[in-house]
Design a protein. Structure first.
Length: 289
């Protein structure tokens, strides 16, 4: 991964070069990820750079120059201007040819949790979970109550009675909330590259779309397939998937009818003879012969 640190001050030609470079990258790469580089530690940046070498370029520059470059390519890059609202914090652009979901997953795996600081924006809903705390009754009850956290006292310790959302995604975290979360051992922030959205072929994928639980997604697909198969079989819809199942179902049902009606057929003759023999033995036993 090649990280391009663009100098933008004082030299007008250098600014033009940065804009031209960004234009070229936007046209050369089908995928553009919008990053927020705030609080990105250098060691993590170096790690990601080595892991993505040859797969992506990152360009860091002023938001104003990004907007100029976007404006210059918007006639050639469908809906590229839609990335502008996602240029947040300390913005950077990542250019790649990899799948957007694969990129998001890779970036997510290289994040680590961190405590919240005053003034930071909640990356997602912050939940204080129900359960025991290490605190004895005292001012902490009022501090928690200020954020509508329901508490009680059990065995001499403060207990949180139910889960409570103390901040919604995008909310600014104030000093009081940051202090409470830290004392509770809750680390809602993430250190690492922060993808705010990804552009591909005119589409903008936000975090809510990109953050896929793969195991749940696969389970949902399998369940949908099962439901569709059952519907097709019950409705008598023949296709490459349902035909074999429907023939098996028809065979089982016709065999059951033949057995019930004592209809001699190749598929049931053995079972009918066994049934007759069992009945004859039962009669013989009952008659005492």
């Amino acid at each position: 991964m090649r990280t391009i640190m663009a100098k933008t001050a004082h030299v007008a030609q250098e600014k033009k070069d940065v804009v031209a470079q960004m234009q070229k990258l936007m046209q050369d790469y089908p995928i553009v990820a919008i990053l927020n580089m705030e609080s990105m530690p250098a060691p993590q940046m170096q790690k990601i750079r080595s892991q993505m070498r040859g797969k992506a370029d990152i360009l860091m520059t002023k938001r104003r120059l990004m907007k100029i470059a976007i404006d210059k390519v918007k006639d050639k890059k469908k809906n590229i201007e839609a990335i502008i609202p996602h240029l947040k914090g300390m913005p950077a652009l990542l250019f790649t040819k990899d799948n957007p979901f694969a990129i998001y997953k890779f970036i997510g795996k290289n994040k680590s949790p961190a405590p919240a600081k005053a003034g930071q924006e909640a990356p997602k809903d912050i939940i204080v979970p129900a359960g025991p705390t290490p605190f004895a009754p005292g001012p902490i009850i009022g501090e928690l109550g200020a954020f509508k956290i329901k508490t009680g006292v059990e065995n001499g310790k403060v207990v949180i009675k139910q889960d409570c959302v103390v901040a919604k995604a995008g909310d600014k975290i104030n000093a009081a909330l940051a202090s409470v979360l830290t004392r509770l051992g809750i680390q809602p922030m993430e250190i690492g590259l922060d993808i705010t959205a990804i552009y591909e072929d005119g589409m903008i994928y936000t975090r809510s779309v990109l953050d896929v639980d793969e195991s749940q997604y696969i389970a949902n697909v399998l369940q949908a397939h099962s439901w569709a198969l059952n519907l097709g079989v019950e409705a008598g819809i023949f296709n490459t998937v349902t035909t074999e199942v429907m023939l098996q179902k028809a065979f089982r049902e016709s065999k059951a009818v033949a057995l019930e009606g004592n209809i001699l057929a190749d598929a049931v003759v053995g079972e009918l003879l066994a049934k007759a023999e069992a009945e004859a033995s039962s009669i013989k036993s009952a008659s005492g012969a």
